[in-house]
Each structure stands twice: as C-alpha cells, then as structure tokens.
Design a protein around this ligand. Structure first.
Ligand SMILES: *Cc1c(COP(=O)(O)O)cnc(C)c1O
Length: 501
C-alpha cells in the first residue's frame, strides 16, 4: 500500500515515510492510493476477534511495509486493559428511548480521558518504527498544536519514548482548566509545553509554518533530527481511528443490536475533521454506513460548508464550552476533498491556496452533490449544549461531556428534520470530568464552588459517577511548564528547546 499527497499526485511514499514525515513537502496530506475492501463475511470474521485482533487485521492492510510482528507489538503495547480500563478500549453505552436508538461509542477510557488516546497510545510505536525504517538514527521532534486534548494525549504517548522529543503549543485562553493542568504538570524528560498568545488556528498555522520552513528544517538535519507531527494531519493518527468504527459495528453484531449488512448512521462532534474522516474511510472499506452527521459548536464553518459548498473561515471565532472543537480551519477536510474529486490534486491544491490567500473557496457542483448526499451538517451553541447534558442526565441517567452533547443535540436535529431512524453510533469523545465546570452547571442548580477540583468532587457526589483516576491525581501534581510565547516566537522557542538556536 502506497500513499499520495493530496496536493501532488507524483508524490508516492510508503506508510513508514508518511508516518515519519507527517506532512508532505508541499503542504499536502498523505492519503492511501487505494482502500482494502471488507465483505460482509470478513466483517463477520472480524467480529469473532477482540479489539486488538481487529486492529491487527486492519493495520496489516495499510502498513504493508511493517512486519506482522511490528504491528502486533504496537497494538499489544497500546490497547492494554491497564491503560483503557478493560480489554475493550471502546465500549458502547446504549440509550433506547422511544423510537430513537443511540449507541454512544465511548472513546475516552484511556489515560488522558479523551478520544485522542485511541490513536496517540499507538502512534509513538508506529512512529519510532517508521523512523527506524526510513531514517535510522535520527531523533524525531514532534511538534503539536492543540485545542486541548491532543496535546495531553500526545505528551502521555511520547513521554520518555527513546529517539523522540515532543513540544506542545496550546492557545493560552482556549483550553479548559483541567486540560491546562493536565499539560502543565506533564512528566517526562523529552517533553515541553508552551501557551501561545492566539487561538488554536494560530497555533496550528504556526506549527505548519515551522514544518515547511526549509531553513529550520536544514538546521534540524545538521543536528541529526527531523520534524514529525502527532496532529491528525499524520496518517498514523487516522488509521487507528478507522478501527473503532469497525469494532463498534462488530460489537453491535455480537450484542444483537444489528444484523450483518444493516446500515448505521455515524455522528461525530467535529473539529479538525479527523474522527469523522476515519468513519468515511471505514465506509469506503465496506462498513455499511448510511449517513455521516457532522456536529459543530458555534464555530459552524463545517455546517455552512456542507450546506452550501462554500468554505469561509472569515468569521468570528467563538471560545466555547466544547473547546476541542473551536476550530475554523479543519485540516482533514482536505483529504475528503481529494477523495470526492477522485484524486484531483491540482483542484485540491488550488482550493487550499484560495483558503490561505483569500480565506474561502467554493467546491464544484459535483463535489457539493456528493458531499450533501453523504454528510449532514448541524451545530449547537453553548446554551443548548448544557440543556442537552441536563436532559440526557435527568431522563436517561447518562452523564456526557460538552463535545458529546453537541453531537447528541445535532443528531436529534437530524432525526427531527429527516425522520431517518437508522441506528446511530455517536462518538462520545471525552470524559465529563475534563469539563467539570460546564457539566456541573448543566446538571446542578446550586452555586458552583470556585476551585476546579471542588467542582470535580461535587459532580461525582451529585451524579454518583467515579472521577477518572488520572484526573483525580492531577490535584497533587507539580506544575512544570508555565511558558507563554507569541505565535511569531514559536520557531525560536522550538530551536531553543532543542538547544540549537
Ligand atoms: C479532538 C476532539 C474533537 C474533534 O475531533 P476531530 O478529529 O478534530 O474532528 C471532539 N471532541 C473532543 C473531546 C476532542 O478532543
């Protein structure tokens, strides 16, 4: 299996190159040249395996330059019961009220309590093996821009991994107090964290600029280092996410919730478009998916895009209670456009250039038609997010986080609008305890305590749900990182951090 760049069809790389490099030279993203196809019989066979078995099977198709043993080592080290609380890292909670059936695919049982762990527990294994294959002996410098959850998950995945250094940039006022504390207290000798004066898009643009700066790249090469990415622009982030859609379908078959061949709808609270894109790949590999429901918060650039075919980032940036979705430039949409244009790299490059030069682009009528046939876009503001958390808790005794609530709300809008009752798999992307203030406000009428950890305790007492151990432990953890820098100072911060300024 080889990979092309979304912006240049002549770029052809192996999986290991795609993962080690993260992003293509000309700024494009790596995409598989073709997709393996799973027949219903093969899906049935997958259902007899456990999560790790399913992952190994799917990985083998995409990582054809990895040995079976390398894949097994990576999968077995990543998805342990110790890290994810059970042998199934992605369990489903079923809510069946009236005619609406929601299957909440809980992707947040990992060490940092958000779905990013599903990919970032395995990425370090794939990445170190990829570097060994393609440029042995070099140190990989992982640069991360985060809207909150990726940063911590990447730090936790890469801490003290030999041959790697990791640097995380987060928007100074754009993450929850718990997310900030998770990052500021990170342990490990090869990690660093800085807050940047700007929003997530500024951080992401800053990181992309460093990646493509040939002067900085040369400096790194002189010092036997190379840049790589742990953001979802890296193929090694997306591939592990394909697995849990197949796995959810298999679990639902085994639990009698579906019959082989039945279609599902997939609902995803979306930011950088990585999670929902993974489900799009799953469908193209044979998983019976009817519709993708793309849920946004008030930063509803994707809702508008799906409805009109025009992507316009020139709009107000809202800081919301679902901060991991506060994004106006969804990087992975580029991959979807590549596939919807049947691999028209020139077109994609042109649209991406328009986006960075003019702040908007409009896709062709045929792409727009495909887009609206497959995707439904909707959004939910903060007030309705809280109402949804409250209602789900009061009526179904299910406590969800702010991001998941956005998805549930948009799904309900979808059902009201279309009457489509195809069973829905809703990605539940974070533990409610990561966003304790907003969740507590939603379920309780009492005055809030002012300390974050007091809110966590109160939420637990009130709802009789346990505080995840990694979050509880943060209360006593020592703060190690307090640096703040401007976007312009990011390159210097990186070089200084590496000791080669
Ligand atoms: C990252 C994140 C999202 C958005 O996922 P994308 O793959 O970037 O679309 C949604 N919810 C939570 C909790 C997240 O951490």
């Amino acid at each position: 299996m080889k990979y092309n760049s979304t912006r240049n069809k002549n770029t052809v790389v192996t999986a290991a190159q795609a993962i080690a490099q993260g992003i293509s030279e000309e700024g494009g993203l790596f995409v598989p040249q073709s997709l393996p196809k799973y027949s219903p019989e093969e899906i049935k066979a997958l259902a007899t395996e456990d999560y790790r078995g399913r992952a190994k099977r799917i990985f083998a198709d995409f990582l054809s330059d990895f040995t079976e043993q390398e894949i097994a080592e990576s999968v077995d080290a990543a998805y342990t019961a110790e890290k994810f609380g059970s042998d199934n890292p992605a369990p489903i909670s079923y809510i069946e009220s009236g005619s609406t059936r929601m299957s909440l695919l809980e992707l947040w049982h990992g060490p940092t309590c958000a779905f990013k762990d599903m990919a970032l527990q395995i990425l370090p294994h794939l990445l170190t093996k990829s570097v060994k294959k393609t440029c042995a002996g070099k140190e990989a410098v992982i640069l991360v821009a985060t809207s909150g959850d990726t940063g911590k998950a990447a730090l936790e995945g890469f801490k003290d991994v030999e041959g790697t250094r990791i640097m995380v940039f987060y928007p100074v006022n754009g993450v929850s107090p718990m997310q900030k504390r998770q990052m500021a207290t990170q342990k490990g000798e090869n990690v660093s964290v800085a807050a940047i004066e700007g929003n997530f898009d500024d951080a992401q643009t800053g990181v992309k600029r460093i990646f493509t700066n040939s002067e900085i790249k040369a400096r790194l090469a002189e010092n036997n280092k190379l840049f790589s990415s742990a953001n979802s622009i890296n193929w090694g982030r997306l591939l592990p996410q394909v697995v849990y859609y197949f796995s959810a379908y298999c679990d639902m078959l085994n639990e009698g919730k579906l019959s082989l061949g039945d279609k599902i709808n997939v609902v995803v609270p979306t930011g950088n478009f990585g999670n929902i894109l993974a489900s799009f790949y799953a469908m193209n590999m044979g998983l019976p998916i009817n519709r993708f429901i793309c849920a946004s918060n008030s930063n509803n650039v994707l809702t508008d895009f799906i409805r009109t075919g025009t992507y316009d980032k020139k709009r107000h940036f809202y800081t919301t209670i679902s901060p991991s979705m506060d994004i106006l430039v969804s990087s992975n949409l580029e991959r979807l456009l590549y596939h919807l244009t049947d691999g028209n790299a020139e077109k994609v490059a042109q649209w991406m250039n328009e986006l960075s030069a003019e702040g908007c682009y409009t896709v062709d009528a045929d792409v727009r038609a495909k887009l609206s046939a497959l995707f439904y876009g909707g959004f939910c503001d903060d007030e309705n997010t809280k109402k949804t958390i409250r209602k789900l808790y009061k009526e179904e005794n299910y406590l969800c986080d702010t991001h998941t609530a956005v998805a549930v709300n948009v799904y309900q809008q979808y059902v009201a609008e279309t009457g489509d009752l195809t069973p829905a798999v809703i990605a539940s992307t974070a533990s409610p305890y990561k966003f304790a203030r907003s969740v507590l406000q939603a379920v309780s009428d009492d005055e809030l305590p002012d300390d974050e950890f007091a809110m966590v305790d109160e939420l637990s007492a009130k709802t009789k749900t346990p505080v995840p151990a990694p979050l509880a432990a943060l209360k006593e953890a020592k703060v190690r990182f307090e640096l703040e820098c401007s976007v312009d100072a990011m390159p210097e911060t990186v070089l200084k951090g590496l000791g080669i300024n």
